[in-house]
Ligand binder design. Structure first.
Ligand code: ATP
Ligand code: MG
Ligand code: MG
Length: 423
C-alpha cells in the first residue's frame, strides 16, 4: 500500500515516472526531466547519484531488486521505467497484470496499474545475454550474432569448454549469462590452460561461450522505440552510429561520427539497430552494440533497454532530444522527431574512470573546467559518486565544429590524461 500519484498533477500534464535504479543514468534522466516539469521517483539507496540531482517526496529507499519496494514505487508513480536491466521482472509482470492496491485520502482503496516501459518481457529477455541473442537469431529480421553455445553447470562445464574450443577454436569468449556490466562477467579463453582459472572466476554462474570476434571497430546505435498502448509498434528512430572504444572490456571513449569507416556501414548499422529493437516490446530508448568485422560485415553484440554510455554525447550534440529526454518522451508517449540529426558535426565523449587514488580524476576535471576554445566546447559531467579504481564516476563531452579528426587533434590533452589515468 503506498502513496498515490497526485491525479491532479497528472491532469495538469505533470506525470510521475517511477525509476528502478538511481545511478548516473537516472541522474541524467532527472536532469532532463527537471526543466520539463516531470517528477522522477527513484528507487535506490538514500544518497544515490540521481537523488542528489532531483528532490521529491516520492523517492523510495531500497533495492531495485526488492519486490516490496518496487510495489511501493509503483503505487507512487504514473509510469514505471528502468535505468538498469538487472531488476526483478516477476514483480513487474505481476504489477502489469494485477496492479497495486493504493489507499485514497478517504480510506478506500483502488487498484493502480502504472504502464511499464520498456516491457518487463524485454527486460527479462535482455537480462540473459544468451537468450537475448538466440531471440535475435530466431527473429525474421536476419540479425547477425556471434556463434554461441550454452555452457553446462557443475561437472559438465569442462565438457562444454572443450565443445566450445572445438567449435570456435581459441581464443573464445566465456560470458556470464546474467548480471554482468563493464565486461565484469567476461573471460577470454586463449588455451586449455585458461579452463581452470575461468572456472575459478565464473564457475558458479550460468555461462555461455561465444566465438571470438576479430573486429576492426565497435559501433553503437541508440534507438527510440514507440508503440501504442495496445503494444503495436509505431516507430523505431535511430540516432547516428557512434564508434565505441573499449579498453579491458570497459568503454573509455565514444566518437561521433566513427573514424575511418564508410558512411554506408554506419547507415547499415542504424538500419540493423532498428531491426533489432523492432523485435522487442514496449517504449523507450535502447542501445545496440555491434562489431564491424574485417569484411565490413556487422555482428550484434548485445542490447541495453535504457539510456547508455554510448549515447551521452546526445546531451550536447542532439540537445533538442537527448537520449534522456527521449526516454521520457517515449515512456509518456510524447512527440518523437522522425530524424535525429546532431547540431554539431563531431563529438568525442571520454569516460572518467576512478584512478589508483581517490583524487586521480581531479586533474582531468580541472582541465575540463579551465579549457576554453573557439573550436571546441567542453562539457564536464561528474556523477556524485565516490571514486574507486575503474569505476565510472563522470564523463567529458567535447563537441567540435569541423571533422572528428580535427576534434581529436584538439582533444589531445584530454585523451592523454584519460590514457595516463588507466596506466
Ligand atoms: P556492458 O557494460 O556493455 O554491458 P558487458 O559486461 O555486458 O558490458 P560485453 O558487451 O559482452 O560485456 O563485452 C564487453 C566488451 O568485450 C565488448 O564491447 C568487446 O570489446 C569485448 N568483447 C565482447 N564479446 C567479444 C567477443 N565475442 N569477441 C571479442 N571481443 C569481445
Ligand atoms: Mg552488457
Ligand atoms: Mg556491452
Amino acid at each position: 500500500m503506498g502513496l498515490k500519484p497526485e491525479s491532479d498533477d497528472t491532469m495538469a500534464g505533470n506525470p510521475v515516472i517511477g525509476l528502478l535504479g538511481g545511478g548516473q543514468l537516472g541522474r541524467m534522466l532527472c536532469e532532463a526531466a527537471n526543466p520539463l516539469g516531470i517528477d522522477i521517483a527513484i528507487l535506490d539507496d538514500k544518497n544515490a547519484p540521481a537523488k542528489q540531482a532531483h528532490n521529491t517526496h516520492r523517492h523510495v529507499t531500497g533495492s531495485f531488486k526488492d519486490p516490496l519496494k518496487i510495489r511501493d514505487l509503483a503505487a507512487r508513480s504514473d509510469y514505471l521505467s528502468v535505468e538498469i536491466e538487472h531488476v526483478d521482472t516477476e514483480v513487474l509482470e505481476d504489477i502489469e497484470e494485477n496492479g497495486v492496491e493504493v489507499e485514497l485520502a478517504d480510506g478506500s482503496t483502488v487498484t493502480h496499474r502504472p504502464p511499464i516501459h520498456p516491457s518487463w518481457k524485454t527486460i527479462r529477455l535482455i537480462q540473459d545475454k544468451y537468450l537475448q541473442k538466440e531471440h535475435f537469431r530466431a527473429s525474421e529480421k536476419e540479425i547477425p550474432i556471434a556463434d554461441q553455445i550454452a555452457v553446462e553447470s557443475g561437472d559438465a562445464t569442462l565438457d562444454s569448454f572443450k565443445e566450445a574450443a572445438e567449435k570456435f577454436g581459441f581464443p573464445f569468449m566465456l560470458k556470464a549469462r546474467k548480471g554482468s556490466y563493464d565486461g565484469r562477467g567476461n573471460f577470454k579463453i586463449a588455451s586449455e590452460d585458461d579452463f581452470e582459472p575461468a572456472i575459478q572466476a565464473l564457475g558458479k554462474l550460468p555461462l555461455y561461450a561465444e566465438k571470438w570476434a576479430t573486429f576492426v571497430k565497435e559501433l553503437a546505435v541508440m534507438v527510440i522505440r514507440t508503440e501504442d498502448d495496445e503494444g503495436n509498434l509505431r516507430n523505431c528512430v535511430a540516432y547516428p552510429a557512434v564508434e565505441t572504444v573499449h579498453e579491458d572490456s570497459v568503454c573509455t571513449k565514444v566518437y561521433m561520427p566513427p573514424r575511418k569507416i564508410a558512411e554506408s556501414i554506419c547507415e547499415e548499422a542504424r538500419e540493423l539497430a532498428c531491426a533489432v529493437v523492432s523485435t522487442l516490446w514496449g517504449r523507450g530508448v535502447f542501445a545496440v552494440e555491434m562489431f564491424v568485422l574485417e569484411d565490413d560485415s556487422l555482428v550484434v553484440n548485445e542490447v541495453a533497454p535504457r539510456p547508455h554510455n554510448s549515447g551521452h554525447y546526445t546531451i550536447e550534440a542532439v540537445p533538442y532530444m537527448s537520449q534522456f529526454k527521449a526516454q521520457i518522451h517515449a515512456v509518456l508517449d510524447l512527440a518523437i522527431p522522425d530524424k535525429l540529426t546532431p547540431r554539431v558535426p563531431s563529438s568525442i565523449m571520454l569516460n572518467i574512470l576512478g584512478g589508483a587514488t581517490p583524487n586521480s580524476h581531479h586533474q582531468l576535471a580541472r582541465l575540463a573546467r579551465t579549457t576554453y576554445s573557439d573550436d571546441m566546447d567542453v562539457y564536464l559531467h561528474l556523477y556524485g559518486k565516490e571514486s574507486k579504481p575503474g569505476r565510472k564516476i563522470g564523463h567529458i563531452t567535447l563537441t567540435g565544429f569541423a571533422s572528428v579528426e580535427e576534434l581529436e587533434e584538439l582533444a589531445k590533452p584530454f585523451i592523454k590524461l584519460v590514457d595516463e589515468m588507466r596506466e
